[in-house]
Structures are given as C-alpha cells and as structure tokens.
Design a binder for this molecule. Structure first.
Ligand code: ADP
Ligand code: MG
Length: 370
C-alpha cells in the first residue's frame, strides 16, 4: 500500500495541533508563557529558539508529558488538555534515538506496533513500508550497533511513524549527528514528511534547519512566541529586532529617526543620513536600529559614491565573496555573489556602499537585542 498525502486530506480543515494561551510554570518561571499556535494537518511546523527559550516545554505540552497550568491543547480539534501522553495520538522522536540495543531493527519497530495489537502479515507489511520510507528497506535483521548514527536515527523515525500518529513531534533529532550526515538526514526528513503527509512539529535551535525544512516557523524567546510565519516572512519581515538578529546574518545601524514619509524613514546615523523602510509605526525623534542583510548591501566601485568604507577582510566562498567593511567606527558585512567577469576586491581597498531603502528595515531600538 502506498501511503499518500491524500489520505489525510479529510482532516485539512481542523488544525492538527492547536495551543490556546498554553502556559507551563516551574516555580516562578514561565517556561511556556501563554503560547498560542495552530499547526495545520500535513504541515512541517518548526519551533525555533535558542537554548532555554521554551521549545521542549511547548513540545511536551503537545505530547502530554506536561499538562498546562493555563490554556488549552487541542489535537485534531479534540481538547486533550488533561489527557496523559498515551491517550494522545502523538509520537516523539528525541535527540538520542532510544533504540533497544539487544533487539533487531525489525523487533525495535515491532515493539511499538505490538502494543496496539497488530500481528502477522499486516505487521510485516507495515514495518517494511516504514523502513522503505526512511530508505532502510532490507535492514530488518540488523542490530543498532551495526548501523551508523544517521541510520539509527532513521530507525527511530520508522518506529515513530509505523502506527501513523496524527502528529509527530521531533525534539532536535539531528543535533547528535555530525555536520555532513546532518545535512543528508535533513533532506531525507523533509522528503519523508512530504511523502507521508504526516504533521511534523519540529524543534531546533538551528535557524538554517528551520528555514530549509519548514512550511512555517514559530520563533520563541523566554517562553513566548515572538512570530509565526513562513521562512520567507520571518527572514524578510522579522517582527522585531530580536527575530531580525536571530534569523540569518544582518548588519545593524543605530540612529535617530529624522523624517517619515509613508513607510519610508530617514535616519541620522554615524555614517550620515540614510533611508530605510519602517517595520512598524515610529515617530520622528525616536531611537531606532536599521537592519540591512549582507546580500542587500551593494558595493560601488565609483570613486565619488558615498558613504565610503575600507575592505578589511575578503573571504572567497566560491559562489561569491563575503567582505567585512570598516566605515568609520562601524563594521558591515557584505555578501557579493559571483557574476560573470567580476573579480573579488582585495583587502585594503576603499569603496563606496549603498542599499535600496526598501531592503533596509527600521525597528524601534528597544525591541530587544541578540
Ligand atoms: P529549550 O528546549 O528551548 O532549550 P526548555 O523548554 O527545555 O527550553 O526550558 C525552558 C525553561 O524552563 C528553561 O529555563 C529551563 O531551565 C526551564 N525548565 C525546563 N524544564 C524544567 C523542569 N522540569 N524544572 C524546572 N525548570 C525547567
Ligand atoms: Mg530543548
């Protein structure tokens, strides 16, 4: 049997997971602070935040390993706020694979199924389907010790999807793998989610993982959700200065807002008056910070252009060159993609730089820091 996305389509209207003002306290600490989010059925949804931001706590609220002190948890539209983990149709994949070392791959997976009373040919077919989905068909008789770290993690995944949970929770499942394997498993994981149509709620502190794999991302800090959006939205339209600094690389330039015309602002800075796009309403005279992505900073080789900077470091990346520019007291990062006929600039060269006003975002300066 091929397991396609369509088989889940009946549940499309009702969110697979919904948290409504869910709060979990440890003493005075609000590890999850009034978290509200909606995960659509079949979505790859990622919770992104640095260590201690409340990601695992939020995942444990969904899984039923913690019950909320306030607020509600719904799975497929059903209120499960007071239900323990085993009464929710949800599985979790952890960072350490938690396979039984004395059991074979087949037995490790069968163990999960036996609990639900599936036997015989039906069980064999389910397990072989699950192993095919993680590209481990034919590995049934191996022991965990005969598999690489990446393969063990895929067995853990097969075990988690074999009885088709409504939601699969994944808590930093790749963080124990080395960088090269992590990249491969990342692609496989995304493919697995697409091929099964299962709802994934994925937790990571790695913004690159979040951007590359997810349909939508929730950015957390201090137990709170700061922004929920597609990777494009959170990268191009971060909700505040913290999200802007947490997602991707960026230059920040502080100054005072001097003029506003619709969403276009003029800011007095250490390198003179510059323009940007107001990310939120701000009044003239306010302390602000302008964010410019390295790829939006353009170098101008003409002698008369301003403002000017000196190239202090040029790092050749193959597909482009990354420069560190010193302009007065300020340091800017600039990414110039390789174009036909362009030669990278050398360190020590003086150059002008600029940006399009609508590609620089102006935030209130008190929006939080990195
Ligand atoms: P993350 O997964 O984003 O690193 P966690 O959800 O694990 O963050 O933790 C959020 C906050 O709650 C942290 O400050 C952590 O120390 C605290 N915390 C988590 N679990 C417990 C617990 N069982 N008892 C007390 N404090 C906890
Ligand atoms: Mg965690």
């Amino acid at each position: 049997m091929v397991w396609t996305k369509d088989m889940n389509s009946g549940a499309q209207q009702i969110p697979a997971v919904e948290l409504i003002g869910a709060t979990k306290r440890y003493g005075a600490l609000r590890a999850a602070d009034s978290v509200s989010l909606r995960v659509e059925a079949g979505e790859f949804f990622t919770i992104l935040g640095s260590s201690g931001s409340g990601k695992t706590t939020t995942l444990r609220l969904i899984g039923g390993f913690e019950l909320p002190d306030e607020g509600r948890v719904l799975i497929n539209g059903r209120d499960v706020s007071k239900d323990p983990a085993h009464r929710r149709n949800v599985h979790t994949v952890f960072q350490d694979y938690a396979l039984f070392p004395h059991l074979t791959v087949y037995e490790n997976i069968a163990f999960a199924c036996h609990l639900k009373g599936v036997r015989g040919g039906a069980l064999r077919e389910r397990i072989s389907n699950a192993l095919d989905l993680v590209q481990l068909g034919g590995y049934e008789k191996r022991k965990p010790s005969e598999l690489s770290g990446g393969q063990q993690q895929r067995v853990a995944l097969a075990r988690a999807i074999v009885d088709r949970p409504a939601v699969l929770l994944l808590d930093e499942p790749l963080s124990a793998l080395d960088a090269k394997i992590r990249g491969e498993v990342r692609e496989e994981l995304k493919l697995l989610q697409r091929n099964t149509g299962l709802t994934f709620v994925y937790v990571t502190h790695d913004q690159e993982e979040a951007l590359t794999m997810s349909d939508r991302v929730a950015v957390m800090r201090g137990g709170r959700v700061l922004q929920i959006g597609s990777p494009i939205e959170i990268y191009e339209r971060p909700a505040d200065l913290f999200v802007a600094s947490f997602i991707g690389k960026a230059n920040f330039l502080s100054g005072t807002l001097r003029a506003v015309e619709a969403d276009r602002g003029t800011v007095e800075t250490a390198v003179g008056r510059v323009e940007g796009c107001l990310a939120a309403a701000a009044s003239v005279g306010a302390a602000v910070s302008i964010m410019i992505r390295p790829e939006n900073l353009r170098l101008r080789r003409e002698a008369d252009s301003a403002p000017r900077a000196v190239i202090r470091q040029a790092s050749y990346l193959g597909h482009g060159t990354e420069y560190l520019l010193h302009s007065g007291e300020l340091v800017f990062r600039c990414l110039e993609l390789r174009r036909r006929g362009s030669t990278p600039l050398r360190e020590g060269v003086e150059i002008g730089y600029e940006w399009n006003w609508d590609e620089a975002l102006i935030f209130a300066a008190d929006g939080g820091g990195p």
